[in-house]
Design a protein around this ligand. Sequence first.
Ligand SMILES: [Ca+2]
Ligand SMILES: [Ca+2]
Length: 225
Amino acid sequence: MSRILVTFLALLCLTGTSTAATVFYSDEAAFVTDSGGTLGYESFESLTATDDFMSDTIQTTDFAITTNNPQANLGIHQNPYLQLHPTDGAKFAGWAAQPAYHDVTFTFTQPVLAFGVMITDALDGGIGSAALLMSTNGGDSITVASGVLASGNEIFAGLIADTPFTSVTFDVTATPAGGDGIGFDEVRFGTPVPAPTALILMTSGVLGLFGVGLHWQRRYFRLVT
Ligand SMILES: [Ca+2]
Ligand SMILES: [Ca+2]
């Protein structure tokens, strides 16, 4: 009986220390701190700027950006387009969301646990019910913003997930008839280094497990002898 209880408690402890919930971020600095500062970084500075929306795909070393639009609507920009603009350096990735094709996807060459990006000029199209959604193919999703935002706005969207993923999709719901031009810059991605607090929690969990095991082992022997 005691062995069953000890096994149950041990499983409980292990579950509690090995699983963390996905955390979403709207603050870039907090995301960078929590991810341990070791993530990959792409600011699009080494790509050729075409200053249009005539590309099907924006390809970098570690990921590709594509849309569900059969017509090209992506491009690297060096000069601000309307209110789309870089947040680091001189270049950014531009996307023209259309009413029928309002998904854009970042697909990584290998699984990651963390992703973050600066987004400019989203949801300024004047449709009150619009929202910007972010989801991963690991099952995490969140509403990044909703309503009508000011022209030229800057939003950070990021997450450190408990489930690895290889793609992140943004969806602009209720895209206005004229489309919504959106800029992406400062893409951060990879596997975060555990923060010191996470290590302390994990260590205390293991020590707790050891203590529970000793307690029940002693009690078991006292009962049977
Ligand atoms: Ca840039
Ligand atoms: Ca816009």
